[in-house]
Design a protein around this ligand. Structure first.
Ligand SMILES: Cc1ncc(C[n+]2csc(CCOP(=O)(O)OP(=O)(O)O)c2C)c(N)n1
Ligand SMILES: CC(=O)[C@@H](O)[C@H](O)COP(=O)(O)O
Ligand SMILES: [Mg+2]
Length: 641
């Protein structure tokens, strides 16, 4: 393939950032060109976050050329754009394993490289981390400069302002590079995005204020003159110019983030002169240099394997609808019936399936930007106003809104509906994106109703249940990807709160499943049946209120009970044990086992691989049942005991 055979003579000379130091500016620009091809070629074979990585190629080369990493700490916000950085920092070969089981992570990760000083994957943490390192340096730790690269999407989150507010106060020397490509995963929303567009529209180097004026004198002639003229145009602006300056930062920019000359000159000037916090505003293009990415609506934010010439992506193999679209369609149906239904996403309209509802009811879907905390509190007040808000947030990102869930929703008993996608292990995004903790952290809250969909049809019913439930907060979880392909009901019917269902009756043992691993529970029952162990499989549906009568029945009629969930310890199984301990159920002499995610973070792989590592496959479930029954089956070659 032509693209894969493109020669890379400069990149071939780069074993690490030190090799960039001897290169002239022209070579650095050529290196960026080679690096971009390399990113396209490698990601075409693995899939991953392509568009964001292509947008920071010049920035990456320039930062490593100008700064002294790893002593200087380069911190990528989210880290999904770090592929060029990985290639330049000794991981070029390892890129073939990107996001694969046993391979390198799709994000920055401290354990992976000394060039990754701070792990990421959840957004908007970089400025706090850069400030933490800067304070470390000020207190005598072996740290050089600190540089945070944050996108225009990530900088919508409150945490970025908490950090800038503090950095403006400490006055610490640090650099924030705002990578403004006018895109989040979806087009960015909000007043801030509009504001950044207005600044960018003033043209290159239009605003050089405060300490930045000092940098100006260190720029090469033509840039200096342009900057000075531009600055004169804006002098007299009240308060010194940009929002960032009001927060105590020197603002430099906007610069063209793909013009290597401009980027290098700006970074060199900033590095030479900065005494306090500096924000460099670089305007970039998401998907830069790869026409299919640049011209697509999502700028190839996240792609599967693709043809590096045409950009055509590999298609999903399954024909079953994804849980996300089942949810999106079911919610749209509910919204059509009840005008009080509104939905909220934190910058993930397509990932959550709310784009489906937005196509019919645009004014009732609210994209709040990367602002999960705000999303939850706003939803609480929407509920208080009489609306029926559905907060659709991935399990892993809901963690960020936890105090709001406790304080604003649960304590006030407000009927916010939480649609929790990406429950359980998600695959290539790895541990940072696993939906591991929501069962435990919601079911421990007084007044919360907590459900998990056993299959896609049940998800439709759970959407209906949540919409009908006005008595307090309610949540339902479901996994990433396709379901079992079961027939979907034409209309969701509210479930009886706190009632599970039995799918298969047996006498030898019982499996009580909570959530979409129901399919594995059924498969385990088949395996056991073949060995003569007849198994009851029940779907709890509710972690809270727990169907205690069902639990008691299973314990009474079976010598062994195994609970199953795709969540961490302290979740559904713990609630079952809690009930049995307090009701005397544990004294009946039954063997009880809880199957949860193990007490460790599980790195990326395919979901099937990850569940294998977690010990949650159908075979593992069957083995746990056997073990509970005292029927230990030996591995081949070993004596049966
Ligand atoms: C707390 C949190 N919420 C949501 C996400 C999902 N997410 C990952 S990247 C992204 C968009 C980031 O946009 P931007 O910072 O502009 O970077 P770009 O992709 O444009 O380079 C979002 C919403 C996340 N990683 N973390
Ligand atoms: C970087 C990030 O957080 C998102 O882009 C995430 O990778 C999306 O995950 P899904 O593919 O599951 O929507
Ligand atoms: Mg962006």
């Amino acid at each position: 393939m032509e693209a894969t055979m493109t020669p890379t003579p400069l990149l071939d000379r780069v074993a690490g950032p030190a090799d960039l130091k001897g290169m002239g500016d022209g070579d650095l620009a050529r290196l960026a060109h080679e690096l971009r091809r390399e990113v396209i070629n490698t990601v075409s074979r693995t899939g991953g976050h392509l568009g964001s990585s292509l947008g920071v190629v010049e920035l990456t080369v320039a930062i490593h050329a100008v700064f002294d990493t790893p002593r200087d700490k380069l911190i990528w916000d989210v880290g999904h754009q770090c592929y060029p950085h990985k290639i330049l920092t000794g991981r070029r070969e390892a890129m073939a394993t990107l996001r694969q089981g046993g391979g390198i992570s799709g994000f920055t990760k401290r354990s992976e490289s000394e060039y990754d000083p701070f792990g990421a994957a959840h957004s908007s943490t970089s400025i706090s981390a850069a400030l933490g390192y800067a304070i470390g340096r000020e207190m005598g730790m072996p740290v050089g400069d600190t540089i945070a690269v944050i996108g225009d999407g990530a900088i919508t989150a409150g945490m970025a302002y908490e950090a800038m507010n503090h950095a403006g106060h400490t006055g610490s020397r640090m650099f924030v590079i705002l990578n403004d490509n006018d895109m989040s995963i979806a087009p960015p929303v909000g007043a801030l995005s509009k504001y950044l567009n207005e600044i960018a529209a003033k043209g290159p180097l239009a605003l050089f204020k405060a300490a930045a004026e000092e940098f100006e004198s260190h720029l090469p002639g033509p840039m200096r003159d342009g900057a000075r003229r531009a600055r004169q145009l804006v002098t007299g602006m009240p308060g010194g110019g940009t929002l960032f300056e009001e927060l105590g930062f020197s603002y430099v920019g906007p610069i063209d983030g793909h013009d290597m000359g401009q980027v290098l000159a700006t970074l060199r000037a900033a590095r030479a002169r900065a005494t306090g916090p500096v924000l460099i505003h670089a305007v970039t293009v998401k998907g830069k240099g790869f026409a299919p990415a640049e011209s697509s609506a999502d700028k190839y934010h996240g792609v599967s394997k693709f043809d590096p010439l045409t950009g055509e992506q590999a298609k999903a193999k399954s024909n079953a609808p994804a849980y996300t679209s089942v949810f999106g369609n079911a919610l749209t149906d509910e919204a059509a019936r009840d005008p009080r239904v509104v939905a909220i996403t934190a910058a993930m309209p397509s990932g959550t399936g709310l784009d489906i509802m937005a196509r019919r009811f645009a004014s009732r879907v609210f994209d709040v930007g990367i602002a999960e905390q705000h999303a939850v509190t706003m939803a609480a007040a929407m509920a208080a106003s009489g609306l029926k808000p559905v907060c659709a947030i991935y399990s892993t990102f809901l963690q960020r809104g936890y105090d709001q869930i406790v304080h604003d929703v649960a304590l006030q008993g407000l009927p916010v509906r939480f649609a929790i996608d990406r429950a359980g292990l998600v695959g290539q995004d790895g541990a940072t994106h696993a939906g591991a903790f929501d069962i435990g952290f919601l079911a421990n809250l007084p007044g919360f109703t907590v459900m998990a969909a056993g299959d896609e049809a049940d998800l439709v019913h759970m959407v209906a249940t949540a919409i009908a439930h006005d008595e307090g907060p309610i949540a339902f979880r479901y996994p990433r990807g396709e379901g079992m392909g079961v027939d979907l009901p034409t209309r969701g019917v509210p479930l009886e709160i706190g009632k599970g269902r039995v799918l298969r009756e047996g006498t030898g043992a019982a499996i009580l499943s909570y959530g979409a691993h129901l399919a594995e529970a059924l498969a385990a029952a088949e395996l056991l049946e073949a060995e003569g162990i007849s198994v009851t499989v029940a779907d709890a549906r509710f972690a809270k209120p727990l169907d205690c009568a069902l639990v008691d029945r299973l314990v009474e009629h079976h010598p062994a009970l195994v609970t199953l969930e795709t969540g961490a310890t302290g979740g559904f199984g713990a609630l079952v044990l809690h009930h049995l301990a307090n009701s005397g159920g544990l004294e009946r002499g039954r063997a009880i086992r809880t199957m949860t995610l193990p007490d460790r973070f599980i790195d990326q792989g395919s979901p099937a691989q990850m569940y294998e590592w977690a010990g949650l496959t159908a075979k593992d479930i069957a083995a746990t049942v056997r073990q509970a029954l005292g029927r230990v089956v030996a591995k081949p070659g070993l004596r049966v005991v």
